[in-house]
Design a protein around this ligand. Structure first.
Ligand code: S5P
Length: 259
């Protein structure tokens, strides 16, 4: 059962190199925190990555909200990821036919495949989307996380949709390393569950977002990794907030595997 196993022990059950890398980072840095770096300038993005870098396993970006994106931005991010041992995770939420996503992944202004080891993908189009993305990786180690459920109120992700996403993942384990989810969508120890909508002092944001605490995400919803944006970014001291969220989420994880 996924929820009962340590990240370390799950390293050997997956054959995806990036899932292994992520499990190793989580075990060695003792962190299952992903920061959502939803800022609008490269300077803010780099500065946030410097502050939270030592405390995270993943830095999740929405690269298309930057007003000043350039190649230097991703070069700096890659350097920080190497220095602090975290991975770059572009939350592109690809959602189109295979042919289109292949161009979106490897083309345009962002050339996402070049710098983001992991990306988010909707299962909605069916597994052609996986084949399309795979056609653009050109031998590089890359992977994706399927968005199986969403944190927003009124999300249309039914049980049937979730099980469809699980089938896609099971059939494409050489590319899919896990899920964005709000519940225990899979007990397969190969898959990593990431849960957004996590904040300590708020329950909603007025625009549909719904929050639970790090403890609830890990212990009640089955998250392996918590995704935290504004709870950290808008804190007076983002580094201190990152440490707090990291400690809460990791101790909940230890509690879960030891129970
Ligand atoms: O269901 C989802 C999936 C994602 S990836 N709900 C989400 O909120 N997200 C992302 O997590 C969202 O795009 C944002 O980057 C982050 C949550 O940010 P916060 O500021 O609400 O913590």
């Amino acid at each position: 059962d996924r929820k009962k196993r340590s990240f370390e022990s799950r390293t050997s059950v997956t054959n995806h190199p990036l899932a292994r890398k992520l499990f190793e980072i989580m075990s060695s840095k003792k962190t299952n925190l992903c920061v959502a770096a939803d800022v609008t300038t490269s300077a803010e993005l780099i500065s946030l990555a410097e502050k939270v870098g030592p405390h995270i396993c993943l830095l999740k970006t929405h690269i298309d909200i930057l007003t000043d994106f350039s190649k230097e931005t991703v070069e700096s991010l890659k350097e920080l990821a190497a220095t602090h041992n975290f991975m770059l995770f572009e939350d592109r939420k690809f959602g189109d036919i295979g042919s289109t996503v292949a161009s979106q992944y490897s083309g345009g202004a962002y050339n996402i495949v070049d710098w983001a080891e992991l990306v988010t993908v909707h299962g909605l189009p069916g597994d052609g989307i996986i084949k399309g993305l795979m056609s653009a990786i050109n031998g590089r180690p890359r992977g994706c996380v399927l968005v199986s459920e969403m944190s927003s109120s009124g999300a249309l992700t039914s049980q049937e949709y979730v099980s469809g996403c699980c089938k896609i993942a099971e059939n494409h384990t050489y590319f899919v390393i896990g899920f964005v989810s709000q519940s225990n969508v899979s007990s397969d120890p190969r898959f990593i569950l990431l849960t957004p909508g996590v904040q300590l002092d708020k329950s909603v944001d007025g625009l549909g977002q719904q929050y639970v605490t790090p403890r609830a995400a890990v212990l009640e919803r089955g998250a392996d990794i918590i995704i935290v944006g504004r709870g950290i970014r808008e804190a007076e001291d983002p580094e201190a907030a990152a440490i707090k969220y990291k400690e809460e989420a990791f101790s909940a994880y230890l509690e879960r595997i030891e129970a």
